[in-house]
Write a new protein. Structure first.
Length: 161
């Protein structure tokens, strides 16, 4: 049974391993842990104001992650949405369940907009975001306080209703 829970420190290394494996080995994204110090300080980086970091587990095994950064002005930045390759797709719907969870969180917290950045090679992720109401925007349309990652070259926005 899949469960979504708030991140706890005991999952620090599994989270790092999952994310780096997907970034580097699956998609060839040139990023290391040194480029992502947030993963070594999840509580202080994400778990502030209306932000948080969640994990999806199945039988205590980490299968997915998702995070929000509160960027003020009733806006948030979606980060670290990763699902283990064996748990992707409509059958398991882990990604959809994580995004639905975060959308419900945003509604409860009064967040009006979610922004995200991604890498152009992540075609399936882009299709997923578009299917879920996100629209592509130019980098110049990002809020001033959006925490842009160096490898991101595509950006999306979703209005929460």
């Amino acid at each position: 049974m899949m469960e979504i829970a708030v991140y706890s420190k005991k999952y620090e290394q599994p989270v790092i391993d999952l994310i780096l494996d997907i970034q580097q080995n699956e998609f060839g994204v040139p990023v290391t842990i040194a480029d992502q110090p947030d993963l070594l300080n999840v509580e202080n980086f994400y778990c502030r104001n209306n932000g948080n970091f969640w994990i999806a587990t199945e039988h205590d095994q980490l299968v997915g992650t998702i995070a929000l950064i509160d960027i003020g002005e009733r806006q948030s930045a979606l980060r670290k949405m990763f699902v283990h390759k064996d748990y992707r797709g409509k059958d398991k719907a882990i990604g959809q369940r994580l995004l639905d969870y975060v959308t419900d969180w945003c509604k409860a917290k009064g967040i009006d907009e979610i922004y995200l950045g991604t890498f152009d090679k992540l075609i399936a992720a882009q299709r997923f975001y578009l299917k879920n109401g996100f629209v592509e925007i130019a980098a110049e349309a990002l809020p001033e306080n959006f925490p842009r990652m160096q490898v991101d070259n595509m950006f999306f926005k979703c209005r929460i209703s």
